[in-house]
Ligand binder design. Structure first.
Ligand code: TYD
Ligand code: MG
Length: 455
């Protein structure tokens, strides 16, 4: 047997390769259990296929000009923002998300928008029949002229069509269902996904086609198939949300052409995904007035402040170890904050069940929400409401001190714009409030904040 046709055994989760069959040691170490390696024939020699030649030779950096039309706005503002101001010609964008979350819907809408600006756009559906896509398009009222649909799973055939159709943008739905016939592995396997991704990358770069790939996500929340795909593409976006909530967040986790902190907010409805231009309003829509355990915090997503309602319910534990249930926030962080409340304020939470939730299915990831979590729990424990017109900001340290937060200005601006009248902020940030029609109260410790709001 020559080296060329030797098999490798590959982990379908992480891409680990071994010359012998068995289970994946990397995944075992990472706590994912025993994952069987899958046999894979060695990839064909790269020489068999050549990328379209890139122009010229190395040039001085200062001589390289960016043409203004290199970035195209799709017209879907929330998507454009997440992409960094529009989609870049020749870039490869991977859109991941749970099944049924709305990836195909989003990309069909994006394809329509792009078809109006830069036709033609080719939508390759490897998952659904033409009739299924047509049905969705009808629901969305899509009948753009420059939008071509093709149901094909063979990427080699797609490549032939690209020369013919010369699309300006391409959607491949999904990367796990297309395949290259020269590889022996099944569609969706690491080898296929990696090679298909690499091939599409070369096509996108070589022909200057803005390419979107749909990628499925495993139960654990990672993109199925190899992580190499994430390394390969220019941009990785995740479409997230709870399937029983209407709102969807599009988040950039990697972007070679923009910031990774931006989010786009959408609402899934009858006519597909609609942009939510004021997400704070959306998240606060059903807020109860003056209920114990409810606190408004501000979470900064990229350059965008989001006001969210944090809720806590503290109730006597009926038996055994008290429960801590956290939705929409970091579990360990909440446990830490409860310990601060217990030790520094003297609230006996060890005998209490604590439930923390972000209303509307939102998520807080920032330490700036710490003080809000502490106050929500304290408010519920004491059964005393935090006034409804207050926004709470501040990171909490282990000694119970309240620390500064970033972007205080824009957070306060958003709070004022939405009609809040009072803010509790870290002591160092009191000055920032002067510009806004807000009563800003600075606190130095958790005890100080409790005194200010819960008396
Ligand atoms: P889809 O885009 O097919 O999800 P994915 O490609 O991520 O698997 O979206 C499927 C869900 O979206 C489906 O449950 C129905 C819902 N939906 C709407 O609520 N309104 C609509 O206009 C459309 C097209 C879909
Ligand atoms: Mg789909």
């Amino acid at each position: 047997m020559t080296a060329r046709d030797a098999s490798v055994y590959r982990c379908q989760q992480c891409g680990y390769a071994s010359p012998k069959p068995g289970t994946c040691p990397d995944c075992l170490r990472a706590g994912a259990g025993y994952i069987q390696l899958v046999e894979e024939r060695a990839a064909p020699a790269r020489g068999a296929w050549r990328a379209p030649a890139a122009e010229g030779r190395p040039r001085p950096l200062r001589d390289i000009t960016m043409e203004p039309h290199d970035r195209v706005r799709t017209g879907i503002g929330e998507l454009d923002r997440v992409l960094g101001g529009g989609v870049v010609r020749g870039s490869l964008v991977l859109v991941g998300g749970d099944p049924g979350i709305g990836k195909s819907t989003l990309l069909l809408q994006a394809a329509r928008a792009l078809a109006q600006v830069t036709p033609p756009v080719l939508y390759v559906s490897a998952e659904e029949s033409a009739a299924q896509v047509k049905m969705r398009a009808d629901r969305l009222g899509i009948a753009a002229d420059g939008l071509l649909l093709w149901t094909e799973t063979d990427l080699a055939a797609v490549q032939v069509q690209l020369d013919d159709v010369k699309p300006r943008a391409l959607v491949v739905d999904s990367i796990q269902t297309v395949f290259l016939p020269e590889l022996e592995s099944a569609p969706g396997s690491v080898a296929q996904v990696r090679e298909c991704g690499a091939r599409l990358m070369m096509l996108a770069k070589g022909l200057g086609i803005a390419t979107f790939l749909v990628g499925h996500v495993t139960k654990e929340g990672a993109l199925a198939g190899p992580r190499v795909l994430e390394h390969l593409v220019d941009t990785v976006l995740y479409l997230e949300g709870e399937s029983h909530h209407a709102y969807r967040v599009l988040r950039a986790v990697k972007n070679r052409f923009g910031s990774t902190n931006e989010i786009g907010v959408f609402q899934m409805g009858e006519g597909g995904l609609a942009e939510v231009t004021n997400p704070s309003e959306f998240f606060l829509a059903e807020r109860p007035g003056d209920a114990p355990g409810s606190v408004i915090v501000s979470s900064l997503e990229g350059t965008r402040p989001l006001l969210l309602e944090l809720q806590a319910l503290v109730a006597r534990a009926s038996f055994g170890t008290p429960r801590r249930t956290v939705l929409g926030a970091d579990y360990n962080r909440v446990c830490l904050l409860l310990a601060v409340l217990e030790k520094r304020v003297g609230m006996p939470l060890a005998s209490q069940d604590v439930f923390v939730n972000v209303a509307g299915g939102g998520r807080v990831t920032e330490p700036a929400a710490d003080l809000g979590i502490v106050l929500a729990a304290a408010s519920s424990y004491l059964d005393r409401p935090v006034p409804g017109d207050v926004v709470v900001l501040g990171e909490v340290g282990l000694t119970g001190e309240v620390r500064a937060v970033t972007g205080l200005d824009i957070r306060l601006k958003e709070a004022a714009a939405l009609g809040f009248r009072r803010c509790v902020v870290p002591k160092s940030g009191v000055g920032a409030g002067a510009k806004f029609p807000l009563e800003v109260r600075g606190v130095a410790t958790v005890n100080g904040a409790l005194e200010a709001l819960l008396g």
